[in-house]
Design a protein around this ligand. Structure first.
Ligand code: KG4
Ligand code: ZN
Length: 349
C-alpha cells in the first residue's frame, strides 16, 4: 500500500500525517501553539511562523515514527499551500519541497479549505461530493458549491469576522481562555441561551453571506454597558455562563439558517461541515436536527479532524490519481479566491 506524508502549517498548528492510498490515517501529529498566542487572544503571525520553523522537523519525525514508516517508504509529499498566513505556509511548503526534491517523489499542493471539506468523508463510507461544503473556522465562514474534489466554488463568505474569530474575541470579553470556542462551549453548559437577546446578523438579508462583528459588539455592550463613563472595565463573572450560552446560540442560529438556505438554493441533498467551529457540540447537534428535519444527508468531520491537522490533506490522493502534481517553483497563496470564481484544478500543474 502506497503512503504519503502530509504537512499542514497554514495557521498556528504544525502538523504532519502519514496517509495510505486507501485514505487510512496511519499517524496525525498536531503541535498546537495555544500557549504562545493566548496572551494576545489570537494568532500573532510572526510568532506562529517562528514556532513552525522550530517544530516542523520533530513533528515530521514523530509522524513517520508513529506510522512505523521511513522516508524511503513514501510515494509523495502533500502540503497545504493556500490559504493561510504567508509566513506559516512558507515553512510547510519549504519543508515539503525539500523532501520531495531529495526523495525524488511527487509534490502535491493542497487547498486548506478543500481539505477541511474532504475531512468530512474520512473514516466514513460516504461520498462527499457533490455537496454544499461549509467551512466554519477561525479564519473562514464559507459556503461552497462542491462538485468534485477538484472543483469547489465559493458561494458565500463572511463580510467581516469569521465565526471562530468571533468565539475567540468574545471569549476575551468574557475573560475566558484562548482558544475561545472550547471555553465558550464549556461556560455555556451552565448558562441559559435565551437570557440575553442578541442579534442574528444577516438572517433577514437575502444575501447568503455572514457577519459576526456586530454580534461581538452586542456581546461587549451586554457584558459591560455602552461606551461612556459608566461602562465597566471588566465583565461581571456571574453573567458569563448566560452570555456565553446566548452568544453561542446566536452564532449557531445564523450558521444553521444560512447553510439550510444554501442547500435549498443549490438543490443539493448533502451538507458537509468542517473547520474548528464544527467541533462545537451544540452546533453539531443543531446540524443533525436540521438535516433530519429536512431530509438532508449530513457529514461532519470527526472532532479531531475539524481543527487544523495534516491528515485532511489526504485529498492529495485525489489529485495524484488525476496526475495533478506541483512543480518545485510552486508558491504559497495566502488569500482566498473571490466568490463565484472556481478554483478548479488543471492538470499538469
Ligand atoms: O480550523 P481551525 O483549527 O483553524 C483555522 O483554520 O482557522 O479553527 C480554529 C477555530 C478557533 O477560532 C477556535 O476558537 C474554534 O475554531 N473552535 C471552536 C471549538 N473548537 C475550536 N469554536 C466553537 N466551539 C468549539 N468547540
Ligand atoms: Zn482550518
Amino acid at each position: 500500500m502506497q503512503k504519503l506524508l502530509a504537512i499542514e502549517s497554514s495557521c498556528d498548528e504544525t502538523s504532519a500525517a502519514v496517509v495510505a492510498e486507501d485514505r487510512s490515517v496511519l499517524s496525525n501529529v498536531v503541535a498546537s501553539q495555544f500557549e504562545l498566542h493566548e496572551d494576545f487572544g489570537g494568532v500573532v503571525p510572526e510568532i506562529a511562523s517562528r514556532a513552525h520553523v522550530r517544530r516542523i522537523i520533530p513533528v515530521i519525525e514523530q509522524a513517520l515514527q508513529q506510522a512505523n514508516c521511513e522516508l524511503k517508504d513514501l510515494s509523495a509529499i502533500a502540503v497545504t499551500s493556500e490559504p493561510g498566513l504567508v509566513g506559516s505556509l512558507l515553512v510547510g511548503l519549504t519543508a515539503a519541497k525539500t523532501l520531495a526534491l531529495s526523495l525524488n517523489i511527487p509534490l502535491v499542493t493542497v487547498n486548506h479549505i478543500d481539505a477541511h471539506i474532504y475531512a468530512c468523508g474520512m473514516g466514513q463510507q460516504s461520498t462527499v461530493f457533490p455537496c454544499v461544503g461549509f467551512v466554519v473556522s477561525g479564519g473562514h465562514t464559507n459556503l461552497y458549491d462542491c462538485r468534485s474534489p477538484t472543483d469547489c466554488r465559493l458561494v458565500a463568505g463572511t463580510t467581516d469576522d469569521a465565526a471562530g474569530e468571533a468565539f475567540d474575541k468574545v471569549a476575551r470579553i468574557l475573560h475566558l481562555p484562548y482558544p475561545g470556542g472550547p471555553s465558550i462551549q464549556k461556560a455555556a453548559e451552565s448558562g441559559n441561551p435565551t437570557a440575553f437577546d442578541l442579534p442574528r446578523p444577516m438572517m433577514r438579508s437575502d444575501k447568503p453571506n455572514f457577519s459576526f462583528s456586530g454580534l461581538k459588539t452586542a456581546v461587549l455592550y451586554a457584558a459591560r454597558g455602552v461606551p461612556g463613563p459608566n461602562q465597566l472595565q471588566s465583565t461581571p463573572p456571574e453573567i458569563v455562563p448566560d452570555l456565553a450560552a446566548s452568544f453561542q446560540q446566536a452564532v449557531i442560529d445564523v450558521l444553521l439558517f444560512k447553510s439550510h438556505g444554501m442547500l435549498k438554493k443549490l438543490g443539493y441533498r448533502r451538507l458537509c461541515v468542517g473547520g474548528g467551529v464544527a467541533a462545537n457540540g451544540p452546533f453539531r447537534k443543531g446540524l443533525v436536527d436540521m438535516c433530519k428535519r429536512h431530509g438532508y444527508e449530513l457529514l461532519i468531520a470527526a472532532p479531531e479532524l475539524c481543527t487544523d491537522n495534516a491528515a485532511m490533506a489526504a485529498i492529495a490522493w485525489e489529485y495524484l490519481e488525476q496526475g495533478m502534481t506541483a512543480t518545485l517553483d510552486a508558491d504559497v497563496l495566502p488569500g482566498l479566491v473571490r466568490p463565484n470564481i472556481s478554483r478548479k484544478r488543471g492538470k499538469g500543474k
